[in-house]
Design a protein around this ligand. Structure first.
Ligand code: PLP
Length: 259
């Protein structure tokens, strides 16, 4: 029997990672695990393995618009998740897509580097996100190194970065996974002044696709109607479990086990 009610659909605008740890595959798997359906629109292709990225190509704006518009005209979108955009032009392309989706929550993972450190876009892409996308986004999920780039504070603390970024965006989750303390401190800041800290045990190793997993899970949880701070807690808990159960199939980073 076919059913006419469907799981919430999350439009994902992200890059493709051929090793399947990050990017759209991470989005699809994490969303499936939340009981959502992913509509994957490709923004960029990458050449990479579990060690690092060696090349990437951003798709033509027309191709991205055509993919997204076809999906938007056909199915209801409950949330939009952004991953790798790769160029300033793609930031404007996303704005054009969002103008067709007023009121739909936008979750922005400001991807600028691969897990291995290779660039997936110039810092200018981050500044364009901050200036033009953050104002229409619900929340952004930078890790601390990304937050420092976005805030233009190379040695800034999470609090200092948040103070710089909150005029641009309503909510900000700065994750602490890239530090070296025994505990990971993830901090949720809101423009109304509220602040929550979520602490978890640091797991050994480095992971390919952890940020993608977190942001798409958060998008899925918001699409399901969960409140923001509960959705952040659920997304952090689920992501932690995928890292605890991660596999090491290659020569580099671990791949989160999402299903
Ligand atoms: N998006 C794509 C297409 C990628 O290839 C990567 C990393 O390689 C990322 C996003 C970011 O990955 P992470 O979640 O490890 O920050």
């Amino acid at each position: 029997m076919k059913t006419h009610t469907s799981r919430p659909i999350v439009l994902c605008l992200s890059g493709h990672d051929p090793v399947g740890g990050a990017g759209l595959q991470a989005d699809i798997e994490a969303l499936l695990a939340q009981g959502c359906h992913a509509a994957p629109t490709v923004t960029a292709l990458t050449v990479q393995d579990t060690v690092d990225v060696s090349d990437f190509r951003v798709l033509d704006r027309e191709w991205v618009l055509a993919q997204a518009h076809a999906v938007i005209a056909d199915v209801p979108i409950a949330a939009v998740k952004l991953g790798m955009l790769g160029s300033v032009e793609m930031v404007d392309t996303v704005l054009e897509i969002m103008s067709k989706l007023p009121g739909v929550p936008l979750i922005c993972d400001p991807v600028l580097r691969a897990g291995g450190g290779g660039a997936l876009g110039k810092d200018d892409v981050g500044y364009a996100m901050r200036e033009r996308l953050f104002p229409v986004a619900t929340i952004a999920t930078p890790n601390l190194p990304e937050a420092r780039i976005l805030a233009d504070l190379p040695d800034g603390s999470a609090d200092e970065c948040a103070e710089r970024l909150l005029p641009h965006i309503r909510h900000l989750l700065i994750t602490g996974g890239h530090g070296d303390e025994r505990e990971v401190h993830n901090r949720l800041y809101s423009r109304d002044g509220s602040r929550h800290e979520f602490t978890c045990a640091r797991l050994p190793g480095s992971y390919h696709g952890s940020g993608c997993t977190l942001a798409s899970t958060l998008a899925g949880r918001l699409a399901l109607g969960e409140g923001l701070s509960s959705a952040v807690q659920s997304a952090l808990d689920y992501t932690w479990r995928t890292l605890r159960d991660a596999e090491a199939p290659g020569h580099g980073q671990y791949i989160p086990r999402r299903l």
